[in-house]
Structures are given as structure tokens and as C-alpha cells.
Design a protein around this ligand. Structure first.
Ligand code: ADP
Ligand code: ZN
Ligand code: ZN
Length: 712
């Protein structure tokens, strides 16, 4: 018997698999082995076993060791598919499906057998405390074991991830929930489209329960555990230890144990972010993709997989059901999946008006009087949204926003830009401060006394004077979360909780900050898009979006989709409690369709218009995109490599755009080539080959290549 082994290396130059002797080793497809390879030892995965090989006997070697854990066969197949689909290599794809490092933690456990025997007082005492862990009495217990009085076995000890408990509330489903559940349970893939609070999670829980009852396993994908603790907690509250949690903030031991519990089917539900799509769940019955619009489902490094696409393939491969849920689904999902609707928030049996809170005691009113307004509540339970035109404004807060914030006990303010101001310039000569390694402006972070590049992390001290002309007049343009926090502190006495990458650098910072805001009787949560993700704060009655068009200004076909989702998601956080709520949206593009539809909670209108626009411009889902980026310290080889790739790609029904220069990043000049294709697999294949050829070309030795299929 021989084993075909794929060595786990990141280089593109090796193309395996390679044959090894398997005699006497219990090797199967999915075994993880250590192999001699040239002069080195490498880890590898057995991708196949065979009876014959072309390698001459004297050249054949055997693996030097075999790991106890194996990769399930279907995940080996999935990795092969990923390698092709994302123009990666089998080795890189296999590396993401192998178990996490580590091994089980065990201890000795002793039980009395009940056999009679002569005992000393000490031994009698010892027997009395059994059954239990042997601990430091192991030596003494071994002697009793030899006499048949005690049985000692090795038990593994679970390292349990810490989670926050919630109470499980089981509800009778509403008629739309019943219909959705029936459709999901019948099989296939479905989009569950419903506003925040419409009961989607309850449907996932029921669908999962039905799978467990049939002996099937479940995978639940969530955007980021830290930002969606409630979904995780609700699965744990309902299903207990049957739930395994997979995410990067676990300790190595915890991660290993959770993986192992799934592999042995001790746990049947895997919950985690995108990489949990590779959870070793046997007899898979359901994959849930919560908040399917979230950009974190796309992997940044090679293989640049999209967990949503992988989930769809895995569901197809195993015959599992797939349900993707969102209040703001992506146009492509609406176009390609069967849609189930949950039309309204579940709990809407409340009066159709709400009242602003009186100003909390101690608030500086600063010339404006907090007012009390009555606004009709919508029939679907969603808060009314007002667009505030900022075209004429010099300030970061509209007077109405100011008034509303002053008059509210608990509010959320979203500004999708961190730092103090977005760029600095010299008032005398016009010099703008840019990153020396990237062609982008440096952002001022006042608390750290530095200006920083948000692309490469470069930092320097805040300039006191212009190094070009010596002028002392340095202007600060724009406002980020740090500056708005400072401004708000000047007018507001309620605690301000700032949530952005600068305030949450430690592992537990996000959940801690959210918990503090949750418990505070008054407060304002201010931050980047992190504030618009899955939390549920029933007492928040005001949501504010500052500079709502910041996402619209990106030159990207997803700009509209992102802008709509950000506003609609924030609106979903406000007014969930009995007091209702409202939302204010500050923008310099008050007529932009994405903003207007979001303000009207009109996702159907938005999707219809957006799909028409995409169809006219042949964007996904009406064509597939593949992006190739070449980079090098000098522009010429990077450009030439991109041109060589473009030259080689000849696929029907495919448009080639570029090569076009991208801004310099981390000291590397970059060029981009985009394929817009109606022949997806042919285009992927051709791109993969062209990139491989270019990577092997001597002249492009210094060039880096990255291929992104379905870029987001
Ligand atoms: P979503 O996932 O769409 O945001 P959830 O499933 O979290 O919605 O439901 C919102 C709230 O309504 C939760 O507190 C949930 O416990 C409750 N809920 C869900 N379904 C029902 C129901 N059928 N009857 C009463 N309450 C429900
Ligand atoms: Zn100057
Ligand atoms: Zn930089």
C-alpha cells in the first residue's frame, strides 16, 4: 500500500502529491504525517491511498510519524476544490482544514472495585474519597490497583471556553417563522430576509434542533464572536455542551478540545466565524450563515476564500440545508437563493408613538433645550429615520443631532472613521502629510501624539511645523471618532463608550466595553461600523450615523450596498425596547438612492434598483469578477508582469480591465488586472495558469502575485 501525500508548504513551486510507503502504518485519506522530503522533514496530509506507484522501490520512503487526529475525508475533498476555485495550491488549502495544534489534556481517574482486602488506615481513608481524580495519590493508588482493589483509567479533561450565559427563552413561533422553518427543514438553500428582531435566530435554533433530532450535525457561522456574543450564547443556552465554539481568541488547548469534541461527535453544533466552515462535523444537516452580508466572511490571505461560497459548496457536497440570514442581504444572494421573509419585528404590540427621554440629570444643555417629540412608530416596529443635510454645515454635528443626543439617555453614534482627523496639511505651502511607504494620508491620533498610516501601521510624531517650508500653521481636516468623542464630552455628562480599533486592542476589550454600555443606565456608544453589528440593547432609543456617505465615496461597485447595509443595520439597533426610538442620518448626499432607501427601510426598493444597476454594468451576480494584483518595489516589473498575465488570458465571454496602477502600499508599487467573466471556471483556470507561468518567469522574480476570485 502507498500513500499520496501533499506536503504542507506555502511555496507555489512544489506540486504534489508525492508517494510514500504505507506498509504497517494505518494510513487513510486524511491522515496527517511527518515525511522526509529532500533534506528536510515536512508535515503532510494523505490525500489518497493506492496499490501501485511509479516511484522505484529504492527511492520510496516512509513517513516518520503519524498524528492521532485525522482530517475527515470530505474536508480533504473540500480543500482540493478550494485550491482550484481560488487559484491557490492544494497545500495551502489543506493547511486550513487540518486540526489545530495541541493534544488532549488527560488525568488519571480512580474508582474502587469493591473487592475485599486488608487495608491500613491511610488506605481506607484513600478509598473513601474515591471515585475521583488520582492526583498526588497516584503512587499509592497504583499499589491498590495491583491488588485489584482499585481501577485506574485515563480520562481527558475538557478545557472549556469562557462564555457569557443567557437565559433560554423558547417561544411559540409566529406564522411567518413557522413557514420559514418548514421551508428550511424541507431542504435546499434559503435566504432568510428579516429586519433585526424579526426572529431569525429563533428560526435557526429550531432548524438546528430538528437536525439534532435526526442525528445530524450543524455549523453556525457568525461574523465575529466578540461582536455577536448573543447569538453564540443563545445556541449554548439552548443546546449546552452539544455546542462547540471555534474561534481565534480561544487558548490553544481550548481550540484543540473544541475541535476534537466535534471530530468525535461528542459535540454536534459548531459555532464560529468564517473558518468554522471547516469544522469537522459529521453527517452535516444544516449550515447557518448569520448576517450573510458581513464582509468578514471573506478571507484576506491566500486562499482568499469566501466562507459563504464555501458553505454553499459544502452544503451541496454533503446534502445539507443552507440558510443565510440578514436584514440587509447582498444583492447576489437575493438573486440566487430562494427568499423567505420575516416581515416585522416580533415584539411590536406597543403603542404607535414614542416619547423622547427627558434629559438625564446633570446634562449641559448648552443653549439648546432638549425637546419631547412624538413620532409615529411604523407598523413593522422599525424606528423612523431622518436624513439631515450636511452640505452647508461646518460642524460635525447637525443642530438636530445635538438636540437629540442631549435629550436621550442611551444612544449609539456611528462614524466610520477612527482617529482625530483624516489628514494634515500645511496652511502655507500646502504640503500634506503622507505615509512614506504608502501613497495615503496619515491620520492624526491625538491621544497617542502620533500620525499613523491605517494601511501599513507606520507612525510618526505629530508635526509641530512644516518640514517643507518651516511654517507653524498645520491644518487638521475632517473628524474621526476620537475628535467626536472629545466634542461630545464637552456638551454631555453621560458616560461615552468609544468602540473602535484604537480602544479595543486587548482580547477581551470589545465584550467588556459592550457589557459596560449594556449595564449603564445612561450612556452613548460611539464608534466605527463595529457599533452596528449584532448586539441587542433594548434601551437604546436613538441611533445616529455621522457622514453616512463616507462609504459611498469608495470607488467600488459595492459602495451602495455597503452604505445601505451600514445605515439599515444601525437602524436595527435602535428602538428595540418598549420606548421605541428613532434614527438620524447626517450626510452630504441626501439624495443618494442607497441613503434614501435605507432611511425608508425599503430594502426591496434598494435591492431592485441595485440589481438593475449591476445588470446594466455587468457586475455580480450578472458576471463574476477575478482580481489579480502584482506588486514589486519598482513599478516596471509589476506592470510588466500584470501585462504578461493579461496577454496570456484568452477566455470567451470575458472582459479584461487593466493593468491599472493602484496606490503604493508598504513600499511596493502595485498593478491590478480585473476579469469580468461569464465563463467562471474557464476564467479561474486560465488566470491560475497565467499567474503560475508569470511566477516562474525569471524577469518577474521580485514580483508578488495575488489572485482574488469574487473580491469584496
Ligand atoms: P433576529 O435574529 O432576527 O434579530 P431574534 O430571533 O433574536 O431575531 O428575535 C428577537 C427577539 O424576539 C428575541 O428576544 C427573541 O427571543 C424574541 N422572539 C423570537 N421569536 C419569537 C416569538 N415567536 N415570539 C415571541 N418572541 C420571539
Ligand atoms: Zn509648508
Ligand atoms: Zn503606510
Amino acid at each position: 500500500m502507498f500513500a499520496r501525500v501533499e506536503p504542507l508548504t506555502t511555496t507555489r513551486r512544489l506540486s504534489g502529491p508525492f508517494d510514500y510507503k504505507a506498509d504497517g502504518l494505518a494510513l487513510v485519506k486524511g491522515s496527517i504525517v511527518r515525511i522526509p522530503f529532500g533534506h528536510q522533514q515536512l508535515d503532510g496530509v494523505v490525500v489518497d491511498t493506492t496499490e501501485a506507484t511509479d516511484v522505484p522501490e529504492e527511492k520510496l520512503q516512509a513517513p516518520t510519524s503519524v498524528r492521532d487526529d485525522t482530517v475527515p475525508e470530505d474536508l480533504v475533498d473540500l480543500a482540493n476544490w478550494i485550491a482550484e476555485e481560488y487559484c491557490s495550491t492544494p497545500a495551502r488549502a489543506l493547511a486550513i482544514v487540518t486540526p489545530p495544534p495541541g493534544k488532549a489534556k488527560t488525568h488519571f481517574y480512580a474508582e474502587p472495585t469493591g473487592e475485599p482486602g486488608k487495608l491500613t488506615d491511610k488506605q481506607r481513608e484513600l478509598l473513601q474519597r474515591l471515585p475521583g481524580p488520582a492526583g498526588k495519590d497516584l503512587q499509592a493508588l497504583r499499589r491498590l490497583e495491583a491488588r485489584g482493589l482499585v481501577k485506574i483509567s485515563e480520562r481527558s479533561e475538557r478545557r472549556t471556553p469562557r462564555t457569557n450565559a443567557v437565559e433560554d427563552r423558547v417561544h411559540d413561533l409566529t406564522p411567518p417563522q413557522i413557514d420559514a422553518l418548514a421551508a428550511i427543514d424541507a431542504g435546499g438553500s434559503h435566504l432568510l430576509h428579516g429586519v433585526t428582531g424579526s426572529g431569525k435566530t429563533e428560526v435557526y435554533l429550531r432548524a438546528a434542533q430538528a437536525c439534532l433530532a435526526r442525528g445530524e450535525g450543524v455549523i453556525v457561522l457568525v461574523p465575529e464572536i466578540a461582536l455577536t456574543p448573543q447569538t453564540v450564547a443563545r445556541f449554548q443556552a439552548r443546546f449546552g455542551d452539544t455546542v462547540a465554539l471555534l474561534h481565534s481568541a480561544l487558548s490553544e488547548g481550548e481550540r484543540y478540545d473544541e475541535w476534537r469534541r466535534l471530530r468525535t461527535s461528542e459535540a454536534r453544533i459548531a459555532v464560529g466565524p468564517r473558518s468554522a466552515v471547516f469544522a469537522p462535523v459529521e453527517n452535516l444537516g444544516l449550515i447557518v450563515l448569520d448576517e450573510e452580508h458581513d464582509a468578514s466572511y471573506k478571507q484576506d490571505g491566500d486562499p482568499r476564500y469566501d466562507a459563504r461560497h464555501v458553505a454553499a459548496y459544502r452544503a451541496y457536497q454533503s446534502g445539507a440545508r443552507l440558510v443565510a440570514g440578514s436584514a440587509t442581504p447582498r444583492p447576489e444572494t437575493v438573486h440566487t437563493m430562494h427568499r423567505l421573509r420575516l416581515p416585522a419585528r416580533v415584539e411590536t404590540k406597543k403603542p404607535l408613538v414614542f416619547q423622547d427621554d427627558p434629559a438625564p440629570p446633570g446634562v449641559h444643555v448648552g443653549g439648546v433645550t432638549p425637546r419631547t417629540t412624538l413620532t409615529p412608530r411604523r407598523a413593522d416596529g422599525l424606528p423612523p429615520v431622518r436624513i439631515l443635510d450636511m452640505r452647508e454645515s461646518q460642524h460635525s454635528l447637525h443642530p438636530e443631532t445635538r438636540r437629540a443626543i442631549l435629550g436621550t439617555r442611551k444612544s449609539i453614534v456611528l462614524l466610520n472613521r477612527r482617529g482625530w482627523s483624516n489628514f494634515l496639511s500645511c496652511k502655507t505651502c500646502g504640503k500634506a502629510w503622507e505615509c512614506p511607504r504608502c501613497d495615503v494620508a496619515l491620520v492624526l491620533h491625538r491621544a497617542q501624539h502620533e500620525i499613523a498610516c491605517h494601511h501599513c501601521g507606520h507612525k510618526e510624531r505629530v508635526p509641530k511645523r512644516c518640514d517643507a517650508c518651516g511654517s507653524l500653521a498645520v491644518a487638521r481636516h475632517g473628524a474621526g471618532t476620537e475628535r467626536v468623542e472629545h466634542e461630545l464630552r464637552g456638551i454631555l455628562d453621560v458616560p461615552i463608550f468609544r468602540l473602535d480599533a484604537d480602544t479595543t486592542q486587548t482580547k477581551d476589550a470589545v465584550p467588556e466595553l459592550l457589557a459596560r454600555f449594556h449595564q449603564a443606565p445612561t450612556g452613548l456608544l460611539l464608534g466605527t461600523q463595529m457599533v452596528a453589528k449584532g448586539h441587542d440593547f433594548p434601551d437604546v432609543t436613538l441611533g445616529v450615523v455621522l457622514d453616512a456617505d463616507s462609504t459611498l465615496r469608495f470607488p467600488d461597485f459595492r459602495a451602495e450596498e455597503r452604505t445601505f447595509a451600514l445605515i439599515a443595520q444601525l437602524a436595527g439597533r435602535a428602538g428595540r425596547g418598549p420606548k421605541g426610538g428613532r434614527v438620524l442620518v447626517q450626510t452630504r448626499s441626501p439624495d443618494a438612492p442607497a441613503i434614501v432607501s435605507a432611511a425608508n427601510h425599503d430594502s426591496d426598493g434598494f435591492l431592485k434598483e441595485e440589481l438593475a444597476r449591476r445588470k446594466a454594468h455587468e457586475y455580480p451576480p450578472f458576471a463574476d469578477l477575478i482580481r489579480v494584483i502584482t506588486s514589486a518595489t519598482d513599478p516596471e516589473p509589476a506592470r510588466a508582469a500584470a501585462a504578461a498575465i493579461a496577454e496570456q488570458i484568452k477566455v470567451p465571454e470575458t472582459q479584461l480591465l487593466g493593468p491599472a496602477p493602484l496606490f503604493r502600499l508598504r513600499d511596493r508599487e502595485r498593478f491590478q488586472l480585473v476579469l469580468k467573466t461569464h465563463e467562471r471556471s474557464a476564467a479561474i483556470h486560465a488566470t491560475g495558469r497565467a499567474v503560475e507561468d508569470a511566477a516562474r518567469t525569471k524577469a518577474f522574480k521580485e514580483v508578488n502575485f495575488s489572485v482574488d476570485v469574487d473580491p469584496v
